[in-house]
Design a protein around this ligand. Sequence first.
Ligand code: SF4
Length: 565
Amino acid sequence: MLHAEGPLLTLDLNDRTATRTNIDDILEEFIGGRSVATALAHDRIPFDADPFGPENRAYLSIGPFQSSTTSFTGRMSMTSLSPLTDGLVSTNAGGYLSREFAGAGISTLEVTGASDELLIAHVTDEGVEFEEVPDLEGAKVPEVSEYVEETRGLGPENCITIGPAGENLVRFACVMTYDSRAFGRGGLGAVLGSKNLKAVTFEGDSHPEIEIPDPPEMDIHREAATSDDLFRRQGTTSGTEFINENFALPTRYFEEYHFEHAASIGGDAVEEKKYKKEACSQCAYACKLPTRDEESGVETEGPEFETVYSYGSLQGVDNIVDVMRGNELCDVLGLDTISAGVTVAAYLASEDELGNAELAHEMTEKIAHRDGIGDDLAEGVHRVHDQLDVGDYTVKGMAFAAHDGRVIHGQGLSYAVSNRGGDHMYSQIHGEEYDGVIDHEGTLGKSELLVEKENRCAIRDSAIVCAFADDYVTNDRLATLLDTSYDELLEIGAKTIERERHFNNRRGKDVDDDTLPYEIPDLEEAVQEYYEERGLREDGTIPSDRIETVAADLGGSSGAVSADD
Ligand code: SF4
């Protein structure tokens, strides 16, 4: 089976050391990306760790394709104990970083400890340099990129960076790369902030030589380059009006299901502001959306569909330039656009100010700087909803994505049982519900498909292949590319989901956390169907003896499994 190549590089910020460790056995078993990082995180982050403590660890990882020219693979995965959900979260970003990262000759980066001073770590194939950067305190993401370009001659594609939101431990701060691509969900920017790590740069020419099977590699590349579908032009925003008309677009802080101004902020509106094509590394599909408004001077990349929802319909905002501005602010301040937008919408609802885009933007700035009420909002909707006297539209602390589980019930079930909460990328079962492959109503009988989808997503994030590539990197092609069977891939995906769940169980999460803040049909029974499909106990836990430790003895502290469960 094909897998990522290269050692684990551990940066211990307590004593500013860098150690390379051979993890070939783990790469062979778990491919790369999310699965490898989850195996490491499960065994090496103590089960009782404080997400903001030096004992928490953050992982950045690639799969086998990131040294190649295969379309849809210019992405990376990041994993840590989340300060938002208090469980393990993996999140995924595009851009051009993965190739630079691979060039440094490593498969996985691990960051542990914490520094007294604000640092940038410079990683090359020849070694690691730690640079104190006190003058960058509070710097916005593009300011860090400018600094790195001036002092090192590197571009934003070489960097992961946090903005002021990460430094200020906003629980939904993201990690940015290429200035416009976000490791968005779960607050991993705040994890780096707690470690006083402002940025990491990567460079080198030590890409591993991995032979990718052709076919299907060139077939995928050719089909991506010649596709004329709407998604390629409008990206994720292409489905806005279809979803709004036929299903639901959460509107005015979940009070409504339909936004009458969706056309003003949807795919056509975004395409009108698009001024050039943009891609991720090696990807001929090029679905990204650089947008500019000449009149106001607002320039950003996106908004993607999720931001059209979070800074548009959910806030009652009907002007695409205002949505672009919200997107731009989140990127430069280092905030997840979904959680930030939902939190701001909760505030607007509490103040009876839905539709006030200017106030939305002001609150976004205040959150990033923990200024005034922004200090409370920076804790996220789950922790602040009582104070605001609004509904808690989260699962496990994670604010909902746009796909409304109150209408597409399989997605609702997915939100409930997902190890990372109200996140749409965990199973993507909403795709089958929109396409009519399964009835969008009802939850019973959907667990077999849900489990397969979750396992498939875990493999996608391990290999690493873009979530928008399903029509091109089909299941058969993915198995051929990885030189194994699809069934074996699903088993590796299942082992990853099991490790996430076990870690979260050990932090106290169980059936009481696999729930929703609203009612959908037969949810409790469907959750039990899901447990049965996954081989879990009725209380949502997994027996510890099902989890074999693979990384506890690599050195450093660990959260190794005890035998008492
Ligand atoms: S399809 Fe779009 S998001 Fe995915 S890798 Fe290609 S350019 Fe990036």
